[in-house]
Every structure is written in C-alpha cells, then in structure tokens.
Design a protein around this ligand. Structure first.
Ligand code: AVW
Length: 253
C-alpha cells in the first residue's frame, strides 16, 4: 500500500509539474501586452511543444523551432531594438524603467520563455522541467536551441538604428562565442539595419573602453554598409537617466 501511495503521489506531483509548465506558458503568453493582440496561445503552445516533445533532449536542433517562429513571428521595432551580452540584469532593469527599447525578452516568445527550463523524453509526450540538460551539457538541448533560434529571428527582424549594451567591466566585452557574437551580429542585414551603436557600460574606474580589441572583431563581423559607433557610458549615468522620466532616451548616452 505504501508503495502504491508513494507511486501515486510521485505520479501526481510529476503531472502537476508538467501541467504547471504549460499553465505558465499560456498565462505568460496571454498576459503579454504586445502591439498586436489576438495571439492564439494554444496554437503557439502546440508549435512550441512539437519542437522537443518525444525527443532525446540532447538532439533538438535549432530548426525544430522554425514552426514556432512562424506561428509567432517577430514584429520589427525599427530604431528601438536593444541587444545585449553579459549585461542581462542591467539592461532589463533599464528597459523596464524607460520604455524606449525592445529586447528579445520584451517580445511575445522571449517574454513567455524567459528564465524557464524544459525538455522532452524519448517515448513520452510530456514536458519535463527537471532533469533537463544544462546550457553547456550538450549542444543541442531544447533551451539552448530555442534561444539561438529566437535570437536569430529577432536579429533578422532588426531595422534602422540598432543598439547593443555590452559590459565594460570585463576584458572581452564582445565574445564571438556568445549568442550576440555568434548569431545576432552576423544576422544584421545592411539593407534594413542602418547603424549599430555599442553602449559599453563602464564602472567608475573603467577596465575597458571602446578601443578594446574585441570590439574590432565585432566590426569585422558586421555586414558592410552598417555604420558602427561605440560609446563608453558610466553605469551611474544610465541609472540616473532611467530614474528620471523627464530625460528623453536619446539623452541617456
Ligand atoms: P550572455 P549572449 N551557460 O550574457 O550574448 C549557461 O553571454 O550569449 O549573452 N547559460 C548561458 C551560457 C552558458 N555558457 N551562455 C548563454 N547562456 C544563457 C539574446 C544564460 O541564460 C538577446 F537578444 C545567460 O544568462 C541578447 O542580445 C544568457 O544566455 C543576446 O541573446 C545570456 O548570456 C544575449 O546572449
């Protein structure tokens, strides 16, 4: 009897966890206040789920999410798109306070899946949230493949003047192996993207500035015709700007 009770409890808690993931997905999707309304979140869930359900969690290719991107395409936000690398908390704190830039995490898909972990299992039709491979544990894991595909699509939709916040407190603000360096920068197309402004966020006593060697590598990766500029901006200046509603975004750096 004890065994049956334990098995039942385990089964229940597992199915609850899985239902919990879907519930979170749908709730976030429906709670997203994007520009265009009327997303079919059930349809988007189905397109999402088909990418990894029943699959070996180390064999989910980036392309598995193509139907998801097709079901919830990125809407171009010309002149407002914000990319980032190694500045995750800082940039989102900034975009939350000042409503002038759109990061991937401010789009329907990025918002819905931000911070979540998921995977499937061969021979199962369920979504699991525990026991999934870590980011670097195997290359083709469902979470990593999703963020690569989403970043690729987001960068492909970029247009006008594009901004990227990089970390001026580390030796290599532009990492060629990061998603920004390996996916997004390569995807910017000079027919739609006019300029790229790198905002290098520095501490009071900067360790890095815009002459950093890694930023030369960034320029080499850029499609010819995209005008590049870089600005060293102290963290304090950006914080001050985001705390003052009267200061226009254009004056933050
Ligand atoms: P990041 P990215 N292990 O700050 O340029 C675990 O390097 O890559 O910025 N998690 C990882 C790893 C790793 N080795 N690498 C990346 N991540 C995950 C989408 C983790 O969640 C936006 F549009 C980490 O916090 C940005 O422009 C996050 O990726 C661009 O891609 C950021 O790593 C930022 O990607």
């Amino acid at each position: 009897l004890i065994v049956i009770v334990i098995a039942l409890a385990l089964g229940l808690s597992l199915s609850h966890r899985n239902e919990g993931f879907k519930a979170t997905f749908i709730a976030r999707c429906e709670g997203f206040h994007g520009k265009s309304k009327g997303y079919d979140c059930q349809k988007i869930w189905s397109a999402f789920e088909q990418a990894y359900v029943g699959q070996d969690p180390c064999k989910v290719p980036v392309e598995a999410y193509d139907p998801l991107i097709a079901a919830a395409p990125f809407e171009p936000a010309c002149n407002r798109m914000m990319f980032w690398s190694k500045t995750q908390d800082f940039v989102h704190d900034f975009t939350e306070k000042k409503d002038c830039f759109v990061t991937l995490e401010d789009t329907l898909l990025g918002f819905t899946l931000d911070g979540l972990t998921w995977c499937g299992k061969e021979g199962s039709s369920e979504t699991f949230t525990t026991g999934c491979p870590g980011w670097s544990q195997c290359e083709k894991n469902p979470v990593r493949s999703f963020w690569i595909r989403a970043s690729d699509g987001f960068a492909a939709s970029a247009c006008g003047d594009v901004t990227a916040m990089l970390n001026g407190s580390i030796d290599t603000p532009f990492s060629p192996t990061s998603i920004f360096g390996s996916i997004e920068v390569k995807r910017f197309n000079s027919t739609t993207v006019k300029t790229l402004t790198v905002v290098l966020v520095t501490q009071e006593s900067p360790t890095t500035n815009c002459t950093n060697a890694s930023l030369k590598d960034l320029q080499k990766e850029l499609d010819q015709g995209i005008k590049y500029t870089c600005k060293d901006v102290p963290e304090s200046k950006i914080n001050e700007c985001s705390s003052r509603p009267d200061v226009p975004c254009g004056a933050c750096w």
